[in-house]
Design a binder for this molecule. Structure first.
Ligand code: S3P
Length: 175
């Protein structure tokens, strides 16, 4: 089975994904890192050189490559779930988990590393919060199609890992 972690920038997909994979002894793939490897460029460089539509096409390509894998945790980029058809691919391939956080909590985390994220580069805190508050409801329409949602506000790492692990272990009975 493939487990796809989805959610907005800063929701902890990579951090939780890496820890979860280590706990289960599964492989971990960060989609942004995989795209960077395949394109030999950073995500910011891909946006600057080839534009966002090229990046979105590449995301779809990598998603299709990963969909046939087994025992793998995938941290998707925040925009993957939003591209038409991608939620269907992921829901067909395995378990999708939406890591849900409020805009204010997302802001705190995105602010820690804004430069690697081309969509939020150069924004002040106020602008960033406005951006998240505008985009999150649009994107949630897609994120909410995930098979499971974990409310991550105020949750510690141990709880999150346990919750995600339970969903995986009991997948056949729950879904
Ligand atoms: C994006 C999120 C980023 C990265 C790219 C676009 C988005 O990934 O894929 O900058 O559209 O939300 P993270 O969610 O890992 O920051």
């Amino acid at each position: 089975m493939v487990v796809f972690l989805i959610g907005f920038m800063g929701s902890g997909k990579s951090t939780i994904g890496r820890a979860l994979a280590a706990k289960l002894g599964w492989k971990f793939i960060d989609m942004d890192a995989e795209i960077e490897k395949q394109c030999a460029m950073t995500v910011a460089e891909i946006f600057d050189t080839h534009g966002e539509p090229f990046f979105r096409k590449k995301e779809r390509e990598v998603l299709e490559q990963l969909a046939g894998s087994d025992k793998i945790i995938v941290a998707t980029g925040g925009g993957v779930a939003v591209q038409e058809g991608n939620m269907e691919i992921m829901n067909k391939a395995g378990l999708t988990i939406y890591l849900m956080l409020t805009p204010r909590n997302l802001l705190k985390r995105v602010e820690r590393s804004p430069d690697k994220r081309p969509l939020v580069r150069g924004k002040s805190s106020e602008e960033l919060l406005a951006f998240i508050e505008e985009r999150l409801p649009e994107r949630e329409e897609y994120y909410r199609r995930a098979k499971a949602t974990i409310d991550c506000d105020g949750a510690g790492m141990e709880y999150l890992l346990q919750h995600a692990e339970n969903l995986i272990i009991n997948y056949d009975t729950i879904f």
